[in-house]
Design a protein around this ligand. Sequence first.
Ligand code: UDP
Ligand code: MN
Length: 329
Amino acid sequence: MKSVLFSRFFILLPWILIVIIMLDVDTRRPAPPLTPRPYFSPYAVGRSGTRHPLRRGGPDSGPGRGLKKRNESRPQPQPQPEPPLPTIYAITPTYSRPVQKAELTRLANTFRQVAQLHWILVEDAAARSELVSRFLARAGLPSTHLHVPTPRRYKRPGLPRATEQRNAGLAWLRQRHQHQRSQPGVLFFADDDNTYSLELFQEMRTTRKVSVWPVGLVGGRRYERPLVENGKVVGWYTGWRADRPFAIDMAGFAVSLQVILSNPTAVFKRRGSQPGMQESDFLKQITTVEELEPKANNCTKVLVWHTRTEKVNLTNEPKYHLDTVKIEV
Ligand code: UDP
Ligand code: MN
């Protein structure tokens, strides 16, 4: 009797297993992601182990990718076409010095993690340098490489820096978009020595006209920031010339591409601009304080730092007996 029961059991066992497996396959649903993926997030690891840069609304986005059931009987809701992600244009003036490649490397490592960012690198030089050209070619970023030298008379301490380079970036943007004016975009000025959090790009991406936020380690203070009341900028927390119409650092604002295109004469000025007034003079041409859009939790979070790299000590560089190989630093 026992042996009959045993043999029945062993005959049934494979069938039971098959039923269990089939039930399991049918009920397996893709798990929702633990946290929503922000579009500044660096990379998603693909199923094959490859890394895909994240793009909002791309074929890889959303849970359940590639796991859609065939013969779906329920009508699927049509996915709403998402508006295109505005391109962030970062204009970076840069000049040759021992730390240049290190600065650009830090910057590229940040920018590479931001979706839909176009880097406009403007060399303060009479020609594009080999170092920067080679660097950009390997940076793995959509980029444009411009150059314009600062006239010698303006290369003095106390005078504003990188005026011509920022204007060259603006001119390139206006030219590129002269026939396609409706593309969404946001411009900001990214000096090569500052430190940028990834969250900053998420904040500035929603700029409608001109957005502002705090900047850390600037103006002789731990931070400067726009003062906000009821969602509007009403003043400036700054250690220096609070009477400026826009008492803000270059790293503290972004401008929509539409505003840049509809104000074609707005540029950084050398003539008539006092030291430290570049930002204010520029913003005066394109917006008003009332119009400013406060970002970073009503301007209470520091997401960018006006860091400065110390001058490197090269006192032991040899004049004779140079190294036997030439190395780019
Ligand atoms: N810069 C430049 N030419 C110069 C000096 C500076 O293109 O002769 C660039 C520099 O690489 C940086 C920006 O202009 O991206 C601001 O310069 P810096 O960081 O020296 O200014 P600060 O920190 O004092 O505002
Ligand atoms: Mn700087």
